[in-house]
Write a new protein. Sequence first.
Length: 337
Amino acid sequence: MDQSHPRDILLGAQAGQVALPVCDHYCGVEVRMRKSLALQSEMLERYGACVFDVSLDCEDGAPVGGEAEHRELVLEQLKGAAPAIARGARVGTRVHPVDHPEFPADIDTLVRRGGDLFSHVMVPKVDTLADIETAVSAIDAAGGHRLPLQCLIESPLGVHHVHEIASHPRVQSISFGVMDFVSAHGGAIPASAMGVPGQFEHPLVVRAKLQIASACHAHGKVPSHSVVTEFKDKDALRGAATRAAREFGFTRMWSIHPDQIEVILEVFAPSSADVEHAAEVIEAAMAADWAPVQVRGRLEDRASYRYFWQVLERAHQTGALLPSILQPYFSSPAQLS
């Protein structure tokens, strides 16, 4: 039996595709940072995998005039999380846009002093490939050559250039900022399109989401869905997450409140029946050295094996328990890097 890793066998040219936790949790206030990092560590122990990223926010989280102090706060929280990071926790940071006066100081301070611990840098308000190149140049100059970028598309210009942005090798994930996107249209899109269900109905917002998801899948990157601001309404969040995952092709979603994390994990996780079926197919395929097999009365081959393997990867990213024979393939935190 071929002992190669199934991911390398099945994904082929797509083997470089990024596998990330399905939830990205943003926090910019000290008490929220502490609680979020503690929750991440606890869930890492519970599930044996990092099931959500924590992104410490230096853009919206920093008070005007207090940016330098906020950077120090972020570094303090990052260093406090170092033991969990060593066990596989993922902590990133959102910096200011590349044309903001605080961007150089963000990169110089955060990357130079915390780059070994950060999992990624989120760059907001990306409009063109040149913005990504500017960010990469600054990050590399600060010693962050290993750091991937996640970027936030928040304008019609960014949507127009999204395929070029997604093609950059350092870009890992692209998120959609629905509120700024609506605001960028100067009143041409109603405020209702910022919320649920409006952001799934207005044609321009729908088009933007589909273009971002399509560009990410074309270039092996992770499309991350925008926030749901009705954070106390779990039914609204569940409905939005379900549509984002099943209709719009997003494989990751933002959280802005700890109560949203479990709901996002639940929605983006495959069902237990789907996991059982996927494991059955992959185990049969492995036994046959990846030749075509019959499972449950259906012929399965490399094309379907690829799909079912991705079901198992998504299950792992949401903390699901996998059959013992497959667990060794998911035992390393590097699977989520």
